[in-house]
Design a protein around this ligand. Structure first.
Ligand SMILES: C[S@@+](CC[C@H](N)C(=O)[O-])C[C@H]1O[C@@H](n2cnc3c(N)ncnc32)[C@H](O)[C@@H]1O
Length: 242
């Protein structure tokens, strides 16, 4: 199967936006895991005085997690899909949260600086993840924080087999019922095609980040979803794997 890219992917997300919240609600832990990752950013003092970018914000589930973890931060939430953004904007937000219709590839350093960038389930979808990581680094203040929450298989055949089973048994049937089979086939295949967790951690380092750490996610996603934490700018390199 050919993976979806760029405009085709944004259109698929536009179409899927009407059922996105209902389908993710079927995934046990979807919102809890986002919140746990947002807390892993470790923003001090509830994010007071800090600017945070939610890249690939979708219908706002990751934005909500950020807001809960850092209620005083100024949050910009960006997405390439107008349909997903419309769903996000329709929800209730404080004035410290704003939404913008921007593909990650179009951002430049002039859109920053940010103290932290959060990207949940984005990088597997971008055509050139290394280039987007470099863009993100340019958006961050020196020592700024990157957190990526992403489907990245551990590399173990067991986790790969579990991902196939979950997709065949749940993801594809539910996506087909919702009328969005193409997008959920993309989800299945893109996870298999994307970096494993160790390879993605190396990719983050290759984009010039420091102190890269890979952390596991609990529940059935263990070995399937990981959190990656890193810092921009100079600092001691550190490595930690699950
Ligand atoms: C799987 S959804 C995740 C949404 C949200 N972060 C969450 O955790 O629920 C991925 C989102 O990334 C967006 N996206 C994909 N490629 C993008 C790109 N190149 N630039 C910006 N957004 C993109 C999609 O439109 C979609 O809304």
């Amino acid at each position: 199967m050919t993976l979806l890219h760029d405009h085709d992917l944004a259109r698929a997300f536009d179409d899927a936006s009407r059922s996105y919240d209902r389908l993710t609600a079927l995934n046990p832990g979807y919102r809890t895991d986002l919140f746990r990752s947002a807390r892993r950013l470790g923003l001090p003092d509830g994010g007071r005085g800090l600017r945070v970018l939610d890249l690939g914000c979708g219908t706002g589930a990751s934005t909500r997690a950020l807001l809960r973890a850092a209620p005083y931060a100024r949050i910009t939430a960006a997405d390439a899909s107008a349909g997903m953004l419309a769903r996000a904007r329709a929800k209730r937000w404080p004035p410290t949260v704003r939404f913008t219709h921007r593909p990650a590839e179009d951002l430049t350093a002039a859109d920053g600086p940010y103290d932290a960038v959060f990207a949940a389930y984005l990088f597997r979808n971008v055509t050139r993840p290394g280039a987007v990581l470099e863009t993100v680094r340019a958006l961050l203040v020196p020592g700024g924080r990157l957190l990526v929450h992403e489907y990245t298989l551990s590399g173990s055949p067991l986790h790969r087999a579990l991902w196939h089973a979950v997709c065949r048994g749940v993801v594809l049937p539910a996506g087909t019922l919702a009328g969005d089979r193409g997008l959920y086939r993309h989800l299945w295949r893109s996870v298999l095609d994307f970096d494993t967790a160790p390879v993605f951690a190396e990719r983050i380092r290759g984009a010039g980040f420091r102190s890269v750490r890979t952390l596991p996610v609990a529940g059935w996603q263990t070995g399937i979803v990981h959190t990656f934490l890193a810092r921009s700018g100079p600092g001691p390199a550190a490595t930690e794997t699950p």
